[in-house]
Write a protein that binds this ligand. Structure first.
Ligand code: MG
Length: 757
């Protein structure tokens, strides 16, 4: 029985609020005051301790708790006190309790403190669950394929058309919707960029090794590829042909119609200055390339009299046809002719400073004057000034001993080549009317043939060198004529869309975008530096505005612009080298390429992690595909056996990577499949995510109609946690590792995730 009840039982009645007797004899108050600071506490999930301050006039107070997960020390006392509240870790949901003070003697008055503790984080690993692929490919993913080193079907070591057919399942499994084939025409090189006949196909790429079998097997390839939803883009080389092309052989040897197909001059310096070289389009020097001898009739056969005048400051030689007796060489001469196969011929001094001789001449290049037969130092050789080599019989010819070029009897001819001498530039005349030039019409007729056969588009080589003013209007103007011509044929062939053409405009974006005036796509050479820099440096924030800027600039030129994105191609060191051969970086670069807007291209071998640099030869960045571990059908001969065998081991083969779920090849396959599954990813609009500001994270939306995806890549080599305001309930792809906790996302190093919103 409590003390109060005992007192009540004894009949000692006190009025409410009045003084109460206590055992000590002092009055017990009927109410007391309690005040506590702070009045609420919030603990993290981990728990901990906090102090509270109690102010009271209670002589005997005690604490009560509504839950058992917190303790208070002390739990009872007298008067003012400081108490410690301890909370243990919370293994469950968010929880609350109340801590109450009351007087132990029963006096009225109380105070309370509310205590809250956060829940245990609900961090869960992201498990992607993509929608089912409906079998309708839409990735717009193109595979750059080198015919000579992709797949060899007949065991001759050179890739071929039937080899490609045999690997269409591989390409289909990689999700590709188009192939860009390396040049397929007859050629004098392994790479094919010196085309010898645009209307034919390389016999080496066929089983029968004839042009007929090549055409039949190419036609078969087109049909089989189309059955799998794979288009065929041919590589067309408009800037130049091969030197062995019949057009050029005819052009060099004759003045017939083929002469106009190429850029010839007997005096390039004068012709360029006079604006006669249409290929220069007004430039006074070539953007790239040089003039090469095209031969011509520069020699002489017959009897000639030579008279050298050494008396004045200006030395001259006069050559005339002669019927006089032939003289032998003067062995004690001080002046010599160096002429054809005769070598040195000594002249006779007939008067002071005058030297003469009559000879039967048979030279196919001309002659020089020499003042020594033993010294070849400068100053002993006299010839023609640069660009003025032709002598006129009977007219004194002024000698020059600085340039001292061959003195010729006819005008030599030169041809222009942007690249090397094996690839003479084609001549399309003034650019505004290029389509009416004989060369344009001839090459367009060959393109018509392939379009009618079923070819779906073209990759156009070296478009910035077709005219030498690569930054001006000439090339875009030319390309528009080419595009319109081919597109007309394409539409006549029954297509309802427009033909696709992607130009190799290898230049700064600021100049490249101008080429969209002519064609509907160009390779964006600014893309790989952007992607490489993001993945290699761990700074992803520049990526999204960079890509969006490219696309915006291209669309501003034409609404149907297609921004073609790629890492590297057959003319560059491999992307894997730029990425330090780091597998995680290569995987992430692939994931970023395949989740970005635009039209992605994957270069043969990139999906396997091939590396290689051009330093030992271009072949080392054009390595054949190793299909199985043993390399039985590897087309090594297609690159002349120039293969880095340290790279081309069984482990990098398609067979080995197919068996490894964590391989780079599987990353390409899964992200390409994702792109084929989601229209928003394949053809959606790319836009920035404003809420994610971590510079190591590249995040963007891809939207198409009602479908919207959120794409997030952590390009850092450490885990990153970011706040995400969008729903993360539907992850559809994951590279690396990732977890979420309500509104935060943690991605492991070089990890990527895609959410469907
Ligand atoms: Mg073969």
């Amino acid at each position: 029985m409590s003390l109060l009840r005992v007192l009540l039982a004894l009949g000692v009645i006190f009025s409410c609020g009045g003084p109460e007797p206590d055992p000590s004899g002092e009055d017990t108050p009927s109410s007391v005051s309690f005040s506590v600071q702070p009045s609420s506490l919030v603990f993290a999930q981990e728990g901990g301790t906090e102090e509270i301050a109690l102010t009271t006039d209670s002589k005997s107070w005690k604490v009560s708790l509504t839950g058992s997960w917190a303790t208070v020390t002390p739990s009872q006392g007298s008067g003012n006190a400081r108490l410690t509240v301890s909370v243990s870790p919370n293994e469950g949901e968010r929880r609350m309790l109340t801590l109450s003070f009351q007087d132990a003697a029963g006096a009225k008055g109380t105070a309370s403190v509310s205590i809250t503790q956060e829940e245990k984080p609900t961090s869960t690993a992201l498990i992607p669950s993509p929608a089912a692929f409906d079998g309708n490919k839409r990735s717009d993913l193109t595979y750059q394929l080198l015919i000579y080193s992709f797949a060899d079907s007949d065991g001759d070591g050179i890739g071929d058309f039937n080899g490609i057919v045999s690997k269409l399942d591989y390409l289909d499994g990689l999700g590709v919707t188009a192939l860009w084939l390396s040049p397929a025409h007859p050629t004098s090189s392994y790479h094919g960029y010196d085309v010898n006949d645009y209307s034919k196909l390389n016999p080496l790429y066929s089983s029968g090794k004839t042009e007929e079998s090549a055409e039949a097997e190419f036609r078969n390839l087109i049909g089989k590829a189309h059955e799998k939803g794979i288009k065929i883009y041919m590589d067309y080389v408009l800037n130049h042909s091969g030197r062995e092309n019949e057009w050029f052989r005819n052009a060099v040897s004759a003045t017939g119609p083929y002469r106009d197909y190429y850029v010839f001059s007997t005096d390039p310096e004068a012709d360029v200055a006079a604006g006669k070289i249409d290929n220069y389009a007004g430039a006074t020097s070539p953007g790239m390339g040089s003039w090469h001898s095209a031969g011509g009739s520069v020699g002489y056969k017959g009897r000639l009299h030579f008279k050298l005048d050494w008396t004045g400051a200006e030395k001259t030689i006069t050559v005339t046809e002669s019927a006089a007796a032939v003289q032998t060489s003067n062995p004690t001469a001080s002046k010599w002719l160096w002429i054809g196969s005769m070598g040195a011929v000594g002249l006779y001094e007939t008067s002071a400073g005058i030297f003469e001789i009559t000879l039967d001449v048979d030279t196919d290049w001309g002659f020089l004057v020499r003042t020594s037969t033993t010294s070849w130092d400068g100053g002993t050789k006299y010839g023609a000034k640069a660009g003025h080599s032709k002598i006129t019989l009977g007219v004194p010819f002024i000698l020059d001993n600085s340039a001292a070029q061959d003195i010729t009897f006819g005008a030599p001819s030169y041809y222009f080549a942007s690249f090397d001498a094996s690839m003479p530039d084609l001549n399309y005349g003034p650019y505004a009317t290029a389509s009416s030039s004989p060369a344009f019409q001839a090459i367009a007729e060959t393109a018509d043939k392939w379009i009618r056969m079923g070819v779906d588009g073209f990759r156009l080589d070296a478009v910035i060198w077709i005219y030498q003013t690569n930054g001006g209007e000439a090339n875009p103007t030319f390309l528009k004529q080419w595009y319109d011509r081919c597109n007309a044929t394409y539409r006549e062939a029954g297509h309802t869309d427009n033909i696709f053409m992607v130009g190799e405009a290898w230049m700064d974006h600021a100049q490249e975008k101008n080429y969209y005036k002519g064609i509907n796509s160009c390779f964006e050479f600014g893309y790989w530096p952007l992607l490489n820099n993001a993945v290699s440096s761990g700074r992803g924030s520049a990526y999204v505005p960079g890509v969006i800027g490219f696309i915006k600039d291209h669309k501003a030129v034409r609404s149907d612009a297609v921004t073609s994105l790629f890492m590297t191609n057959h003319d560059q060191d491999r992307a894997a080298n730029d990425l330090g051969k780091n597998a995680d970086s290569e995987k992430q670069a692939a994931a970023m390429l395949l989740t970005t807007a635009g039209k992605p291209f994957v270069y043969q071998g990139e999906e396997l992690g091939y590396w290689g640099t051009k330093s030992g030869g271009d072949e080392y960045v054009r390595t054949p595909i190793l299909w199985d571990r043993a390399g039985k059908d590897c087309a090594r001969k297609g690159v002349g056996g120039k293969v880095d065998e340290a790279m081309l081991t069984g482990a990098i083969s398609v067979e080995a990577q197919t068996a490894d779920d964590a391989s780079l090849l599987q990353v390409y396959r899964s992200f390409a499949r994702l792109r084929n599954t989601y229209p928003a990813l394949a053809k959606g609009e790319m836009s920035a995510v404003s809420g994610i500001t971590d510079s190591a994270v590249a995040a963007w939306y891809m939207s198409e109609g009602a479908q919207k995806l959120l794409v997030i890549h952590n390009v850092a080599s450490t885990p990153r946690t970011v706040s995400v305001s969008d729903s993360m309930d539907k992850p559809v792809a994951l590279l690396g590792s990732g977890s979420r906790d309500r509104n935060t996302l943690t991605l492991g190093s070089h990890s990527s995730v895609v959410f469907e919103l």
